[in-house]
Design a protein around this ligand. Structure first.
Ligand code: FES
Ligand code: FES
Length: 167
């Protein structure tokens, strides 16, 4: 009987340092899901759908295109790791505006929206469409996703303004 080779990897997942013995051929999406971060979805596994989107050291990435061993030492953030005002604004907006149906693409769409709003809190519709152009949704026709992200941006900006006025 042959056994699969394993390699030790140590990374930070949503703020927790984790160590795992993994197959050196394993994709990051497979490893983080095995570690419990199932908000990131394994869709196409070819870089086309964006369902596996996560942050790696603060940068948006498709985790099916990354070998887990090469992410050793990195800080990975999945949707479970985003519990901040911007993330809440985006999630609320997706619910309010009907930005999902089956929900399979949603965590990836939200990770992309967070990356966009992090660098541009007042995006145009064209900028929103460009940001989500690497993510596929087979249910919504995209209109309500675009509306959700625009509404989230508006709500988040209003929240910041209100907080400043209270200071
Ligand atoms: S699962 Fe990674 S892009 Fe589709
Ligand atoms: S809501 Fe079903 S794939 Fe987007």
């Amino acid at each position: 009987m042959t056994t699969s080779p394993t390699e030790a990897v140590r990374l930070q997942l949503n703020g927790q340092v984790v160590e795992a013995a993994i197959d050196p051929r394993a994709l990051l999406i497979e490893v983080i899901r095995d570690l419990g971060a199932t908000g990131a979805r394994a869709g196409c596994l070819t870089g086309d759908c964006g369902a596996c989107s996560v942050e790696i050291d603060g940068r948006l990435a498709k985790s099916c295109l990354v070998l887990a061993v090469s992410a050793g030492g990195s800080a990975i953030v999945t949707i479970e790791g985003r519990d901040d005002a911007m993330a809440r604004a985006v999630q609320d907006a997706f619910v309010r505006c009907g930005g999902f149906q089956c929900g399979f693409c949603t965590s990836g769409m939200i990770m992309v929206a967070l990356e966009l709003l992090g660098r541009n809190p007042d995006p145009t519709e064209a900028q929103i469409r460009a940001a989500i152009s690497g993510n596929l949704c087979r249910c919504t026709g995209y209109e309500d996703i675009v509306r959700s992200i625009a509404s989230a941006a508006e709500a988040y900006r209003a929240n910041i303004t209100n907080n400043k006025q209270r200071e």
